[in-house]
Design a protein around this ligand. Structure first.
Ligand SMILES: Cc1ncc(COP(=O)(O)O)c(C=O)c1O
Ligand SMILES: N[C@@H](CCCC[NH3+])C(=O)O
Length: 446
């Protein structure tokens, strides 16, 4: 194996290394990393591996950061990033609303006591069941994504009913960390385009439905965006459309939802969205564009998902084997693409760390791989780990709180990992491990 000789100080994590970990992360003894006051090795021992760890204080702190940066806005946590009842509870306590995109997300949130009027329903293909549940719970707003939804919602609401709606508009802006997660452009499935007039046409039809109250426009540019500029372009285009709607229909829309998409650093040194700057620039752009158009400034809504949940989560795996082959060293762990499909989907890179013991100060280039039956089942390609890493060791992957478990699959029937919350020196189970019995119990025929 090729080795890289590093100074002994690398046995403990530097501040730069820990910059992508929750703020509560500490290393009381070299290699013995704690989060929320709990040693990761203790969590692995208690809940077994793989296990996901969520730092409650980090989630709450991130919610508060949004409220501080955007005091004038409504902040809706995008549940698709990660949802469980505790998560719904925390974001609600921190004063956020919720963005859901299925009856499943909606029901879980409502079961956790989330007020339905603070929930927004999204989705490019809302099923009859999604809409039925949304209307029966009384969600705050439904974001219309396709013309056929207009009549469906109006009919379901009934002649005497009332539902607040928004329209998802395609602003024609390309932004996002990977082409598969760019949703502001014309060539993808979400929303209705301004440039071909479909958005304006849908809006005219909504205004004809007395049961539907159009509160505003929505756009979501994409995900893992670290640059402020695309949001400013979106503000200009959305305000431009609002001004045209006032001229054509005499309607003044009260709300502007700019979606989510704020990027985070997955590895030390990577760029992250500067929330304070984003808020300042968006506020200035919105004020200026509205003044130029003679419009009152609409209430701003934003929908962060990743930036709230991502950096608060850690995936904890145990090494099953270390193999040297074809000039590579593969460190194989007991999870992989069934709990984190992101490397396979978008080629993203992570910065895993050996935890639970003091590793060798000599680092070696390795690729951390999963246990699944695909060569693309990579957890972290081309990273440096202590050269004595071996079976039984614990590997922790930071920034694992968003779009890991929410996109987990049943591949190879390994069962989805549990989620443990840490806070003030204590760990508690939020979501239990999916057992073989869970899997077997769905298999009901022969
Ligand atoms: C409509 C909508 N809002 C908010 C989000 C949250 O995005 P992110 O997790 O990148 O903040 C998404 C997902 O990209 C989305 O589709
Ligand atoms: N799943 C993507 C983000 C998509 C956001 C949802 N619209 C990711 O892991 O980065």
């Amino acid at each position: 194996m090729t080795t890289v000789h590093e100074p002994a100080v690398l046995a403990t994590a530097s501040a730069e290394v820990l910059s992508v970990w929750p703020a509560s992360t500490a290393e009381p003894r070299p290699g013995d990393l704690t989060v929320g006051g709990v040693a990761l090795a203790e969590i692995a021992g208690r809940f077994d591996t793989p296990v996901y760890v969520l730092d409650e204080s980090e989630v709450r702190r991130r919610c508060q950061n949004y409220r501080d940066a955007f005091p004038e806005a409504e902040i809706h946590y995008a549940a698709k990033a990660f949802l469980c009842r505790a998560m719904a509870h925390w974001v609600e306590e921190e004063g956020l609303g919720l963005d859901v995109c299925s009856a499943g997300e909606l029901e879980l949130a409502v079961a956790a006591g989330f007020p339905p009027d603070k929930i927004v329903l999204h989705g490019n293909a809302k099923t009859p069941h999604d809409l039925k549940k949304a209307l029966s719970y009384g969600v705050g707003r439904i974001v219309i994504d396709s013309p056929s939804e207009i009549a469906r919602i109006a009919a379901a609401v009934g002649p005497d009913g009332h539902q607040k709606v928004m329209v998802r508009v395609v602003p024609g802006i390309s932004a996002g960390g990977h082409e598969k997660i760019r949703t502001g452009t014309e060539d993808q499935k979400f929303g209705l385009s301004i440039s071909d007039g479909y958005a304006q046409h849908a809006i005219a039809r909504i205004l004809d439905q007395p049961q539907l109250e159009l509160t505003g426009l929505h756009c979501h540019l994409g995900s893992q965006i670290t640059d402020v500029k695309p949001y400013l372009s979106a503000v200009r285009r959305m305000v431009g459309l609002m001004a045209r709607l006032r001229e054509q229909h005499g309607v003044v829309l009260e709300e502007l939802d700019l979606g989510g998409g704020h990027g985070v650093a997955y590895r030390p040194g990577e760029q992250t969205m500067d929330l304070t700057r984003l808020a300042r620039k968006v506020r200035a752009e919105l004020t200026e564009a509205c003044a130029a158009a003679g419009l009152t400034v609409p209430r701003l809504i934003i929908e962060p998902g990743r930036a709230i949940a991502g950096p608060a989560g850690i995936a904890l795996y145990r090494v099953v084997s270390v193999k040297h082959t074809g000039g590579h060293t593969f460190v194989a762990v007991d999870g992989g693409m069934s709990d984190n499909p992101r490397p396979a989907l978008y080629g993203v890179r992570y910065a895993p760390r050996l935890v639970g013991r003091r590793g060798s100060t000599t680092l070696a280039p390795v690729t951390v791989v999963g246990r699944h039956c695909e060569a693309g089942d990579v957890v972290a390609a081309d990273v440096q780990l202590p050269d004595d890493v071996g079976a039984g060791d614990l590997i922790a992957v930071p920034v694992a709180g968003a779009y890991h478990l929410s996109m987990a699959s049943g591949y190879n029937l390994v069962g989805r990992p549990p989620v443990a919350a840490v806070r003030d020196g204590r760990a508690r189970l939020l979501v239990r491990r999916e057992s073989l019995e869970d899997i077997r119990s769905r298999d009901v025929g022969l």
